[in-house]
Design a protein around this ligand. Structure first.
Ligand SMILES: Cc1ncc(COP(=O)(O)O)c(C=O)c1O
Length: 409
């Protein structure tokens, strides 16, 4: 598969086989930290190649990848389960409602999709190490993939990062480097590291292959649904990298004439981390002070914000903001009425669907086909239950105590 890069902001095109990160000219404009960064690159597959996909019988997600990925089975990124939540379908009166459980991926989050393609990129360029900065799921996903393929992973983290989130990466054998500084400092050091020591840098959105890898979810969904796509897809959003990946997958299917309409992809943010939703509403690309409890989507300066806004507009979609209380009750609702245990960053997408349900019924009618993307497993963030959910007290080991307990309910 051949590809080229296009700058999301100035639309410059770069025809190169080299690894590229940001658009060299827009990157220079990133001097004001109160504004979202410019210069993210979009990976475009060449049209001649995608034309061939239309009539391919055994189509797979890998047909759409710019790099070959070796030994998929070593680190399988799908297909993840597509649940048909019968109780929730009935509750909300939408019979074609599904949830895509990317929480079931090897490291427990959607980030595995990007990490697998980065392995392909590293192998193609004969690099044997990958560096990144992350405080959570991206670091764990890259470390997990590194363990599976035998690629060295160097992970820079701010020293204040939550220990439980880093433990997974340590266990996978990554070299974890705590930095006396902020996430931005760790980000900059990871770039200095790859400049000095070589290897691939996998920083979210900085490496355009992260968005490109994430698009596999949409192609997978298309294949799972018997070569069709939903009307509407809900996506939890922080940096806007998953959001852009989901849209990109549908755009590639459209480019290959495999679908004749691109679904509306709804960007769901916490109102306490709403930089992208606000930029979409106001046209101003300001950063915010993020404080949401859903830590994986707590982002003050979205690394892929401008591309996410561009795609919201291009697909005539919209952004919806939800409160932290709505995110937390969505988490419990999914668990108790759907049997789906996800972290708050993932239940944010469900909260967005719940908020929009009347709008969906009005816009599309009760046959609307809706898919909610669930991006991370609940075990990732158990601290969120402190003070909210507790274990009941023990009873004596006797039948009498059982009677006492149940008669008192
Ligand atoms: C579980 C989960 N959901 C959603 C997101 C949001 O993705 P993005 O930051 O690309 O918008 C993240 C990002 O870390 C995540 O870990």
């Amino acid at each position: 598969m051949r590809f080229h890069y296009e700058c999301c902001d100035c639309n410059s095109v770069y025809q190169t086989d080299e690894v590229m990160y940001l658009c060299p000219s827009c990157e220079k404009e990133n001097t004001d930290p109160s504004l979202m960064r410019k210069g993210n690159l979009i990976v475009h597959l060449d049209v001649d190649d995608t034309d061939l996909l239309k009539d391919k019988e055994d189509l797979s997600i890998y047909d759409f990848f710019p790099y070959e990925v070796p030994d998929h089975g070593a680190f399988p990124i799908g297909p993840t389960p597509l649940t048909t939540p019968i109780r929730l379908r009935e509750k909300y009166g939408i019979k074609n409602l599904t949830c895509k459980m990317d929480s079931a991926l090897p490291s427990g989050s959607f980030k595995d999709r990007a990490s697998q393609l980065i392995i392909g990129q590293a192998k193609h360029h004969k690099e044997d190490s990958i560096a990144l900065a992350s405080t959570g799921n991206a670091g764990a996903a890259m470390s997990c993939a590194g363990a599976a393929y035998g690629v060295k992973i160097v992970l820079f983290v701010p020293e204040t990062a939550p220990v439980n989130k880093l433990m997974q990466s340590v266990l996978y054998g990554a070299t974890v480097v705590p930095v006396k500084g902020s996430y931005d400092d760790a980000f900059a050091l990871s770039i200095a590291y790859t400049d000095e020591f070589g290897g691939i840098n996998r920083n979210t959105a900085y490496n355009p292959m992260t968005v490109e890898g994430k698009k596999s979810v949409s192609i997978e969904l298309f294949l799972q649904m018997g070569k069709k796509v939903p009307d509407v897809v809900y996506v939890s959003t922080g940096d806007g990298c998953i959001y852009a990946g989901v849209v990109k997958g549908f755009l590639d299917l459209y480019q290959a004439s495999l679908i004749d309409k691109v679904p509306q992809v709804i960007c769901v943010q916490s109102n306490e981390s709403n930089a992208i939703a606000q930029a979409w509403k106001t046209g101003e690309y300001n950063t915010v002070k993020a404080t949401t409890v859903a830590d994986s989507i707590s982002v003050s300066s979205p690394a892929n914000g401008r591309m996410a806004v561009r795609y919201i507009n291009e697909t005539k979609s919209w952004a919806v903001e939800v409160s932290d209380e709505e995110i937390l009750s969505a988490q419990l609702e999914l668990a108790k009425e759907g049997g789906m245990f996800v972290e708050p960053a993932a239940s944010c997408a469900w909260a967005g669907f719940v908020k929009d349900k009347d709008l969906l019924l009005e816009k599309y009618g009760k046959d609307v086909d809706v898919c909610v993307l669930l991006t991370g497993v609940g075990f990732k963030d158990m601290a969120v239950f402190n003070g909210r959910v507790s274990l009941p007290p023990s009873i004596e080991n006797s039948l009498e105590a059982v009677h006492k307990r149940f008669n008192s309910i």
